[in-house]
Structure formats: C-alpha cells, structure tokens
Ligand binder design. Structure first.
Ligand SMILES: Nc1ncnc2c1ncn2[C@@H]1O[C@H](COP(=O)(O)OP(=O)(O)OP(=O)(O)O)[C@@H](O)[C@H]1O
Length: 308
C-alpha cells in the first residue's frame, strides 16, 4: 500500500511549550484519515507542519515519498487544504473567486471553474459575494478552491465545525464522493467524533501532542463490538448451559467471567437457564464501546457528550 504521508517522530515547540511530542503517523493512498483530539491537542499544528506553514522542531515529514527541500514544496502542489477557516476574497462571488484562485494556482483547464462550482453546489449563487455567504457556503467555497488543481491529497482542518446537520451531511457526501470516485486521499481533523466515525476509514487519536493510537475503522469495530458480559460462580457449568442454549460464540475470560459474542439469546433467557441449572449469576450486562467512549478511555479525560 502506497504511503501518501508519513510523520516520523515529529515534535514542535512554541517557545517553551511543547505542542507536538514525537508524533508518528502514516496515511495510505485512499484513506480517509480522521485525526481526533480535544481542543488544543495539536491537530492544527500537525496540519500546518505538513503544508509547511510552520517548521517542525524535530522529526521528518514525508509527502509522496519526499521529505526535503524544494522537492517537498513541489509535492505540496498535489495537495489541497483548508486550514482553520476557509479563505476567499470577500468582495468576489463564488465564480469570481474560483477564477481568481485558478490564476494564482496556475490552473490551465478552463472548464475547472464551472465543474468545481457544480461539484460543490455553488453554481447557482449568482451575484452573492463571499462575505455574505453562510458558513456552509463558505466551507464549500474553501473546498472548491482546494479542489481546483485536482489534488491527490486533501487536508481539512475541522471542516464541519459550526455547520448545521443538513450542511454536515452534504459536506460528508462531497468528501465520500471525492474519495470513492476520484480515489482522493483525505486527512480530516475533528473533535466531533460521531461525524468523523461516519466518514473516516482510519483514525489517529491525538492527546497532548502525542498520537496515542492509530486504528482502522474495521479494527475499531472488532474491538468495540457488542457482547454480553456474564459474571457467574461456576463458569464450567455455565458454558455447558450456554451450549445447551445453542450458544457457541463465547470466551471464558477468568474463573468468574465469560464474554458472550452471540447476541440472539436474551439476557433474561440466559439468566433463567443458568439459575435452573444452579449457576449463580452475579452480573449480566451488555457491553461495547462507541468511538467516543473509546476515545475517552484512551485519553482518560473528560468532555461533554458530543464534543471532546
Ligand atoms: N503560533 C503559535 N504560537 C504559540 N502557541 C501556539 C501557536 N499555534 C498553536 N499554539 C498552541 O499549540 C497548542 C495546540 O494548538 P492547535 O491549534 O494545534 O490545537 P488543536 O488540536 O487544533 O485545537 P482546536 O481543536 O481547538 O483547534 C495550543 O496550546 C496553542 O495555544
């Protein structure tokens, strides 16, 4: 699998504050990589070091196989980005902005402007100027500018922050389309886990400037799958009862605990059969982690329910 981006032990200090500590992460071609972290964790700093808005204090960043000098800058032309908030010219319309930025970026294909406007859904905004756009329109404008040169790698810093639920869905669909139809690799930072979960294929979890875990969505789903946690006085007898109930998929964890991964038999039925067979049920509960709980467990932090 081709690596699009690799950070190897990247650190960044601002004065005496260490903001990134030995950050290592890898993004493969075709990934939608969700960079998760609380406010101030260092997400924007990582993205800025990638696009060379700031220089790391230590470490190596390799983009499309290149890590140094003007060759790196050259590879940056294969990326598109929105860092912090989308930037466009206030006094210009959507179309005028795209014409302006296509000149700046040296985009030669004249059809790129209209195609891109249509793709992001800003083709009917007429004479409305960027300064009068809604936040959702501004994000789409930022995306359109980032897409003008048909990048292979898109870097987005909290692009859905502040968007209403419909705008979030629209934005998500645009990104999925880019990934699925144009094989665009996407790095997206966010602290809105639920949203990122629906989009990303891999996650990097950042806490206090350190990547504490990289995990694919598939691995996460395996680790977080629901199961029944059964605590009993006699696991040997309990497993016989489970088999009699037609349950094959369970694991004895220790001399009290059994995890049951087959969820088609109710807790009530299991409890009833165990009691009938003189097994004492100490506790029985459904377990499983969503991304938010997983994240909280990893960083052992606090936060509100939706946003960490
Ligand atoms: N140019 C700078 N000079 C000094 N400190 C900075 C600078 N840029 C960022 N920081 C500090 O680095 C830390 C990480 O900031 P960063 O913006 O990367 O976090 P973040 O994870 O993107 O947060 P948020 O979700 O709030 O955007 C913060 O403590 C911030 O104050």
């Amino acid at each position: 699998m081709e690596d699009i981006l690799k950070l190897d032990q990247v650190s960044k200090k601002f004065g005496r504050q260490t903001v990134l500590k030995d950050v290592s992460l890898t993004i493969h071609r075709g990934d939608i990589y969700g960079l998760i972290g609380r406010n101030g964790a260092g997400k924007t700093t990582i993205l800025k070091t990638i696009i060379r808005l700031i220089q790391p204090t230590h470490g190596t960043i390799t983009l499309f196989g290149v890590s140094k000098g003007s060759a790196y800058i050259h590879q940056l032309s294969r990326t598109g980005s929105i860092i912090e908030s989308p930037v466009a010219v206030d006094q210009l319309t959507a179309r005028q902005n795209l014409i302006y930025y296509s000149k700046i970026h040296g985009v030669v294909d004249p059809s790129a402007v209209d195609e891109t406007l249509k793709f992001v859904g800003l083709n009917a905004t007429g004479k409305k100027k960027f300064k009068n756009f809604s936040l959702g329109m501004k994000q789409k404008m930022g995306l359109a500018i980032a897409l003008l040169n048909k990048p292979d790698f898109l870097i987005l810093d909290e692009p859905i922050n502040g968007l209403d639920p419909i705008a979030i869905v629209e934005f998500r669909e645009l990104l999925l389309k880019l990934n699925q139809t144009q094989q665009m690799t996407i790095l997206i930072s966010s602290h809105i886990l639920e949203e990122l979960y629906q989009l990303a294929t891999r996650f990097g979890i950042l806490n206090n400037g350190t990547i504490v875990k990289e995990i694919t969505k598939q691995e996460f789903e395996q680790q977080s799958r629901e199961f029944i946690k059964l605590e009993v006085d006699n696991p040997d007898l309990a497993t016989n009862v489970l088999r009699q109930l037609g349950c094959q998929n369970f694991k004895v964890i220790n001399d009290h605990l059994i995890n049951i991964y087959q969820l088609d038999i109710s807790n009530a039925k299991i409890t009833e059969e165990l009691i009938n067979n003189h097994v004492q049920v100490i506790t029985i509960s459904r377990e499983g982690l969503n991304l938010e709980q997983y994240f909280k467990q990893l960083i052992e932090g606090t936060g509100d329910e939706q946003h960490v």
